[in-house]
Design a protein around this ligand. Sequence first.
Ligand code: THU
Length: 138
Amino acid sequence: MASQPEMDFEALFAVAARVQPLAYAPYSRFKVGAAILADDGAVYPGCNVENAAYPSGSCAEQGAISAMIAGGGLRIAAIVVMGEGEMLVTPCGACRQRIREFADPNTPVAIAGPGGIRQRFSLAELLPASFGPDNLRR
Ligand code: THU
């Protein structure tokens, strides 16, 4: 079994909060930062990158997953998503599925605001009865 890196949610929050202001979000003006703790012990950041052709924009979680894969990480041990506003910035449906590809049902998904982590979910809470790589086995 792969070893579980020590989960320091405050350190993950600090990375998400550092990249959130760097997001390219001129259309929504809604900047999001994400940080993944991967199985290799490294922390991978991501931010949303919008596009004048709106559907071509990408989410912060998507960017962090790309950074993880390009950096040699294989599995998500924990992810923090950080955004502004009163409401919880939970991952969109497509990003829940993207996270699912590299995470387990009990993988923590922590949602943060500017002041810190507000609420922790398991991936299964956000995406119950999900479809993943195992479902393709015949
Ligand atoms: N967004 C994210 O990057 N992650 C989320 O969890 C929610 C939404 C981005 C997409 C878009 O650039 C902006 O926030 C407004 O939806």
